[in-house]
Design a binder for this molecule. Structure first.
Ligand SMILES: NC(=O)c1ccc[n+]([C@@H]2O[C@H](COP(=O)([O-])OP(=O)(O)OC[C@H]3O[C@@H](n4cnc5c(N)ncnc54)[C@H](OP(=O)(O)O)[C@@H]3O)[C@@H](O)[C@H]2O)c1
Length: 476
């Protein structure tokens, strides 16, 4: 199979191109698409920001960022050629005169009339509205074929997200928006759905009626690094649970879409997210902070921001009635690991000490799916656990892109919206998170301190214990 390539000419404008996301993620992603020969003959990459910079200074930044991301190992000639397509435009996001000059500047590039215009919002969400408004004015006078890419976190709560979406939809049709969570650019996350839709055996197993519980674990070894000032304002629940883990939860528990359309998939994910029963009982929530967090650069000494969270959730639907979903995530833990465990119900005649069948989607460190089966001899000591594992990593070298932004940018260029979020999904996720945040703000949940390098606060073990289960740990 030949890799997906793009033929239609395009311009991608990165608003906020002077910032971290552009340097760390977007420039390297564009380089990998170019280096793999997936981009058309005609295209330009434009950086738009308030910081004054020349084209050549920006091209140097672009080259340096790509090299830093690749650990210095790059195709020098491809990178040089690519940098010749890179331009910089200094402008204010809210000044219409700057956008008129920007439109003239785009025209001067003389790309064919059918060229796509991608607008990437690599700015804090306070800058979304002025950019949307100015782009909308330009789109009436010639900036056609526009696609707008908005990056998670999509506001800070349900109300701010609704406010952004309401404003956005007054200016552009919904189909123009690509709401991006880079987790959906990871092949291992996508494989949760691919495995389900390609294997009837799994689609039978993964119905709520068959399942005892679902567990989602996403542990990080590092702390807040240089993102302390951003992170301290939001905390783990808004930063990690609201989009990344809610999306994984939805992919694992949704009903299979009836076809391969993006809208059908988004509808099924929404169906689960909107049915998540919010944990009114504070006993279903554990939050923690690693010791030493308040001494990190940029973190206030009296910060109560959570760096760990564990939740016990339910899906208020007949097919998932009574099936607990446990979610846990945190920073500064013993090991970086991300995995989803689906534990199947046992037969009533099975002994308590017999392990259940488990289907495990491992996302990190390895991208693998595991299925455990049991073989029991008459002698109870001879219980055999058969573990079938298979890699779900991209294994066709010519088709492999670095996970995250590169596959998603390719999707935007070809108009594929399957791995982007819908407005209702985001609102439904905020609804859950806002209710948890309200309990935390009301001091209903104690912040537990935990040791850096540990497995998080011991209190989180009690969540599955309430239902007679344990957290499952991947064998080391
Ligand atoms: N960094 C990440 O790893 C990451 C991961 C996931 C999501 N995101 C999201 O992606 C977006 C960009 O992230 P980032 O880390 O690159 O952000 P950033 O560095 O804080 O901001 C990007 C650029 O936006 C402009 N800017 C900053 N504050 C502004 C303000 N108050 N009003 C208008 N413009 C402002 C600045 O450019 P000028 O001053 O030159 O105009 C800045 O260089 C954010 O929404 C962030 O939440 C980031």
């Amino acid at each position: 199979m030949t890799p997906i390539t793009i033929k239609q000419p395009f311009i991608i404008t990165i608003f906020g191109a002077s910032g971290d996301l552009a340097k760390l993620m977007l420039f390297p992603a564009l380089y990998s698409l170019y280096e793999q020969g997936r981009l058309p003959v005609d295209f330009y990459i434009i950086g738009f920001a308030r910081t004054k910079k020349t084209d050549s200074a920006f091209q140097q930044d672009f080259i340096a960022s790509v090299k830093a991301a690749a650990g210095g190992v790059v195709n020098e000639s491809a990178l040089k050629k690519l940098s010749e397509r890179v331009r910089y435009f200094t402008g204010e996001y809210g000044r219409s005169a700057d956008f008129e000059s920007y439109a003239k500047f785009l025209k001067s590039l003389k790309l064919p009339a059918n060229s796509l215009h991608l607008a990437y919002f690599s700015v804090p969400s306070v800058a979304y509205k002025p950019i949307i408004e100015n782009l909308a004015a330009l789109s009436k006078s010639g900036l056609y074929h526009i696609r707008l890419i908005l990056e998670k976190p999509f506001g800070v709560d349900k109300q701010s997200a609704e406010d952004i979406f309401h404003f956005a939809l007054q200016h552009f049709e919904e189909e123009k928006f690509y709401l991006l969570d880079h987790y959906l650019g990871k092949p291992a996350v996508r494989s949760i759905m691919h495995l389900r839709e390609s294997n009837r055996i799994l689609s039978h197993m993964m119905r709520g009626y068959e399942i005892a519980n679902v567990q989602i674990t996403a542990f990080e070894e590092f702390g807040v690094k240089e993102r302390a000032s951003y992170f301290d304002q939001v905390g783990t629940i808004k930063d990690f649970v609201q989009s990344h883990l809610m999306q994984i939860l939805a992919l694992a528990t949704m009903s299979l879409p009836i076809d391969k359309n993006a809208q059908s998939l988004q509808r099924e994910k929404y169906g689960v997210l909107a049915a998540i029963e919010c944990p009114h009982d504070p006993k279903n929530i554990v939050i923690g902070q690693y010791q030493g967090y308040t001494k990190e650069n940029g973190v206030p000494q009296d910060s109560h921001t959570e760096t760990f969270a564990a939740l016990r959730l339910f899906i208020d639907r007949l097919d998932w009635f009574g099936v607990p979903i446990y979610v846990r995530t945190g920073k500064r833990l013993a090991k970086k690991q991300t995995y989803v465990v689906v534990e199947l119900k046992k037969f009533p005649f099975q002994a308590a000490n017999e392990p259940p069948n488990r289907l495990i989607f491992e996302l990190y460190p390895f991208e693998q799916a595991h299925l455990t089966l049991l073989n029991k001899q008459e002698d109870p000591a001879a219980l055999q656990e058969i573990i079938a594992s298979h890699s779900v990593a991209c294994n066709v070298k010519a088709k492999c892109l670095p996970p995250g932004h590169a596959p998603l940018l390719l999707d935007v260029l070809r108009g594929e919206k399957k791995y982007f979020l819908s407005f209702p999904e985001i609102i439904a996720s905020w609804d859950v998170v806002d209710k948890i945040s309200a309990l935390i703000a009301d001091n209903k949940i104690k912040l537990e301190l935990y040791q850096a390098g540990s497995s998080g606060p011991a209190a989180h073990l009690r969540l599955p214990a309430r239902d007679g289960f344990n957290w499952y740990s991947l064998p080391s």
